[in-house]
Design a protein around this ligand. Sequence first.
Ligand SMILES: O=C(O)c1cccc(C(=O)CC[C@H]2O[C@@H](n3cnc4c(=O)[nH]cnc43)[C@H](O)[C@@H]2O)c1
Length: 257
Amino acid sequence: MRVLIVTAVSAERDAVVRGVGATAPEVAELPVPGGVLHRLSPAPPAGPPLTVDVLAAGVGPAAAAAGTAAALTAAAIAHTPYDLAVSAGIGGGFGTARPGAVRLGSVVVADAIVAADLGAETPDGFTAVTDLGFGTVEHLPPAPLVAAVAEATDAVRGTVLTVSTVTGSAERATELLRRHPRAAAEAMEGFGVAEAAAAQSVPVLEVRAVSNAVGPRDRAAWRIREALDALTGAFGTLAPRLGTWTWTSDPEGTGSD
Ligand SMILES: O=C(O)c1cccc(C(=O)CC[C@H]2O[C@@H](n3cnc4c(=O)[nH]cnc43)[C@H](O)[C@@H]2O)c1
């Protein structure tokens, strides 16, 4: 079982490596085009041997897609393809101020990965590329895997939006929630990882630890340290179990929000 975990920045990669490394020391740093894979081999309680590679590919969906594609392709050429690609990092949580909503420091597992700003502005408002007849705006991680990961890590399940611009106003947050009522979090890379994975028929997962509320920009209120610690905790819990879970991918990679 081989798993590729893609983060945006090195602080997120290091948080994931600390979590996975709780049950396995890092065994290698391997160059891939545009980055370095940090390889770990956690011992699963059962099942086949597990290799986990962690890559910081850069901020935004384009960097995420480029880094993921490079790593997946290098592994496929070496006849050691990955079984799963994971987008991981911190993210903004929707409705963090509401009772019962996603809280700072909590973990979100995506049951849908949605490109929220891939489309066109029209006189009638935003139109997704799919409504213009192009491509896709959504990828669905395998439901059994999402359920297993959410249960193991006590995570919230919901749509995770991918945006190229961090939301900075209450109006934008409200508009995103109107279009995506199941949105639990937003980040900037999940859809890029998912597009690259889908191109090679590799299942995808997205795991986010909530560092801030989606809404009016208040960088001083971001709780990055707490979110990185939550990310470490989540991957410490789920990494050794990855090899014990089975899942089937959604061959269409599409669905409704
Ligand atoms: O300043 C630091 O120490 C630091 C440490 C780790 C990560 C960061 C980042 O700024 C990561 C950027 C990354 O975070 C995601 N993110 C977080 N909150 C949001 C949000 O509200 N909306 C969209 N994206 C968010 C995003 O995926 C970025 O790539 C800093």
